[in-house]
Ligand binder design. Structure first.
Ligand code: PLP
Length: 446
C-alpha cells in the first residue's frame, strides 16, 4: 500500500462502519487525514503541511529520529516484561528520578495516563486506608471507570450523572473566571480554604480523605494556572486529614513549562507531591506512562500482599524510548526552547489582546498557553462560537489549534517543544485577521 493508502472517502466510510461512534474526530464535517509527520508539522494525503500547535504527545517533535531509532533497535533485540532483569528498566527509573525531588524515588511503569491515575488511586487507598477523593471542577484524569468518577469534565456530560458519594469537587483555582480572582492577594489561601471546608464536611459525614488529585496546571479545564502557594496549603490540609497529594503531570510534564521540568515545581521548592503521574509526552507517541511515589507509599502498597504486574509496563522497548526522549530534551535544550518560545508567543499574543477586545485573558507557562475569548471583558461572557470559528478558519489555513475549558472558549497552545518563534509568528499572523473579521461581523449585526 502506498503512503497515501485508501481514498479519503473510503477511510471515512470504514471508520463509520467499524469504529465506535463515540470516538470523536477533529473537524467532523471535513476531517483531516494525516499520513506522516516530522517535528512540529503534519502532512495530509495530498502532501499539504499543517502546523501542529496542539500535540503535546509528540513532545520532542513528531517521529524524532533518535526516538524512532532507539525503539526500533530495542525491538529488533528483545522485548519482554519486568519479571526479567533488564538494564533499560532500572536505568530509565534512575534517570527519571534524577528529574524529581529525592523523596519521589519509586516508579511503577504502566501504559497510559489513565492507567497511571488509576494506579495512583490504588496507592492512595492502600497507603491511607481511607476512601474519599477530592478533585477539581472541570478536571479530567482519564477514561477508566475509577477516573470518570473523579473527572467532572466527563461526568457532567451525562444527563443522569450521579456523583459518587466518595468524590468531592473543589473549585478550580482559576484566578480569571473562578470564584476568587487574581486581584485578591490571598487567592491561593481562599481556594485552599475551600478544600479545607470540604475535608471538614467529609469528616462530619464520617468519611475520611484518601487523596486530593489535581493536574499541576489544568489543561482540559481551560489552561488554568493555580496561584502560587495553593498546592502547599492544600497539601497541608489533606495530609493533616490523613490523605495524600497526587499531581497529574500527564499533560504538562517533561519541561513543557520551561522554567521547570515538572509543572508542580512552579509552586516552589517547598512543595513536593506524594504521588506524580505521567503520560502523553513520556514516550513521544509510544504508549507508556509512569507513577512515581515515595518509598513509604510503595511499602504500604506492597504490604497488601498482592503482586503488581503489568504485561507491557516498563518493557525494554518502552524504556529505551523513554531514555531517548530524555536525551533529546537535554541535547536539544527543549525545556529552554519552551521557555524562550513560550515567552515570545505570549508576548505576541499580548499585542493581539491590545487590538482585539474578544481576547479576555492570556495565560501560560512555557509552551502551555491559553487564550480565553470573551464577548465582554467585564461580564466575561464566553465567546464559544467565536473560538470554534477561529479553530475552523485556522484549519483551512493549515494551522491546527483546539479550544477547551468548561465553555470551550479557551484557545489551547501546547505544541511539540521544537516549536519556533517563526511558528509563533505564523499562527498569530493568521489569528489576527480572523479576530478582526469576527469583530466586524459582530459590529454589523448591531
Ligand atoms: C490530565 C490528564 N490525565 C490523564 C489523562 C488520561 O490519559 P490517557 O488518555 O493516556 O489514558 C489525560 C488524557 O487526556 C489527561 O489529560
Amino acid at each position: 500500500m502506498s503512503l497515501d493508502g485508501l481514498e479519503k472517502k473510503k477511510t471515512i466510510d470504514l471508520r463509520k462502519k467499524h469504529i465506535g461512534p463515540s470516538c470523536k474526530i477533529f473537524f467532523s464535517h471535513d476531517p483531516i487525514k494525516i499520513v506522516k509527520a516530522k517535528g512540529q508539522y503534519m502532512y495530509d494525503e495530498k502532501g499539504q503541511r499543517y502546523l501542529d500547535c496542539i500535540n503535546n504527545v509528540a513532545h520532542v517533535g513528531h517521529c524524532h529520529p533518535d526516538v524512532v531509532k532507539a525503539g526500533a533497535e530495542q525491538m529488533g533485540l528483545l522485548n519482554t516484561n519486568t519479571r526479567f532483569l533488564h538494564d533499560n528498566l532500572v536505568l530509565y527509573a534512575q534517570r527519571l528520578q534524577a528529574t524529581l525531588p529525592d523523596k519521589l524515588s519509586v516508579c511503577y511503569f504502566v501504559n497510559s495516563g489513565s492507567e497511571a491515575n488509576d494506579l495512583a488511586l490504588r496507592l492512595a487507598w492502600q497507603y491511607t486506608g481511607n476512601k474519599d477523593i477530592i478533585t477539581l471542577e472541570n478536571a479530567y484524569h482519564g477514561h477508566v471507570s475509577s477516573l470518570i468518577d473523579i473527572s467532572p469534565y466527563k461526568f457532567h456530560q451525562l444527563s443522569d450523572a450521579e456523583q459518587s458519594h466518595f468524590v468531592h469537587v473543589a473549585p478550580s483555582p482559576d484566578v480569571y473566571r473562578g470564584k476568587y480572582s487574581a486581584d485578591r492577594p490571598d487567592a491561593a489561601t481562599a481556594y485552599a480554604d475551600e478544600v479545607k471546608d470540604i475535608i471538614e464536611k467529609v469528616h462530619k459525614k464520617g468519611h475520611k480523605i484518601a487523596a486530593f488529585i489535581a493536574e499541576s496546571l489544568q489543561s482540559c479545564g481551560g489552561q488554568v494556572i493555580p496561584p502560587v502557594g495553593y498546592f502547599q496549603q492544600v497539601a497541608e490540609h489533606v495530609r493533616k486529614a490523613g490523605g495524600v497529594f497526587i499531581a497529574d503531570e500527564v499533560q504538562v510534564g517533561f519541561g513543557r513549562v520551561g522554567s521547570q521540568f515538572w509543572a508542580f515545581q512552579l509552586q516552589g521548592d517547598d512543595f513536593v507531591p506524594d504521588i506524580v503521574t505521567m503520560g502523553k509526552p513520556i514516550g513521544n507517541g509510544h504508549p507508556m506512562s509512569c507513577v512515581v511515589t515515595t518509598r513509604e507509599v510503595a511499602e504500604a502498597f506492597m504490604s497488601s500482599g498482592m503482586e503488581y504486574f503489568n504485561t507491557f509496563g516498563g518493557n525494554p522497548v518502552s524504556c529505551a524510548i523513554g531514555l531517548a526522549v530524555l536525551d533529546v530534551i537535554e541535547k536539544e535544550d527543549l525545556q529552554g526552547n519552551a521557555l524562550r518560545v513560550g515567552q515570545y508567543l505570549t508576548n505576541v499574543l499580548e499585542k493581539q489582546k491590545e487590538k482585539h477586545p474578544l481576547i479576555g485573558d492570556i495565560r501560560g507557562r512555557g509552551l502551555f498557553v491559553g487564550v480565553e475569548l470573551v464577548k465582554d471583558r467585564v461580564k466575561l461572557t464566553p465567546a464559544t462560537a467565536e473560538a470554534q470559528e477561529v479553530i475552523y478558519k485556522l484549519k483551512e489555513q493549515h494551522v491546527l489549534l483546539s479550544a477547551d475549558g468548561p465553555h470551550r472558549n479557551v484557545l489551547k497552545f501546547k505544541p511539540p517543544l521544537c516549536f519556533t518563534t517563526e511558528d509563533a509568528d505564523l499562527v498569530v499572523e493568521k489569528i489576527d485577521p480572523i479576530l478582526k473579521g469576527i469583530c466586524l461581523l459582530a459590529a454589523d449585526a448591531l
